[in-house]
Design a protein. Structure first.
Length: 149
């Protein structure tokens, strides 16, 4: 019968192997991606996700989707903001794209399934600030950098 020290050694090796995966890239700071972030009325934080060059915040607002959409259309059309895109998707959500001094902001607005309020996804990216930053064309779409010739 194998001795307990062998089981212990095998268990330690398995645990070390499980923890050897390197974590994914650290998302950028919220303030680096969103230097001036307009939050929806009555915002409640739901989640945060990201990559090395982009960040998405999901918020809940007790305000109806039409009111949240009107709020963002108004805010993103004033001051230093420039509302570039405003699209209604087949699923009924509204996607707005705006820029402030070259900093992009995508806003996806959709009513909750129980119509109790609105979910708002705020997505931003680091633009032109280092090797991990993204490049955008005039429509707000990512472009792939071309190697020098």
């Amino acid at each position: 019968m194998p001795q307990p020290k062998y089981f212990f050694s095998v268990a330690c090796a398995v645990l070390l192997a499980c923890g050897s995966e390197s974590p994914g890239p650290k998302p950028p700071s919220t303030f680096a991606v969103f230097p001036n972030l307009p939050l929806p009325p009555g915002a409640e934080f739901i989640s945060r996700a990201g990559s090395a060059d982009a960040l998405q915040l999901t918020m809940f607002s007790p305000t109806k989707a039409a009111g949240v959409t009107e709020y963002y259309r108004d805010v993103l059309s004033k001051g230093k903001w420039r509302l570039v895109g405003d699209v209604k998707k087949p699923d009924g959500s509204i996607v707005l794209y705006a820029e402030q001094g070259g900093t992009p902001l995508w806003v996806r607005i959709r009513p909750t399934s129980d119509s109790a309020g609105t979910m708002v996804e705020l997505t931003g990216a680091l633009v032109g600030k280092g090797k991990d930053s993204v490049k955008l064309d005039q429509s707000g779409s990512k472009t792939t950098p071309q190697p020098p010739k």
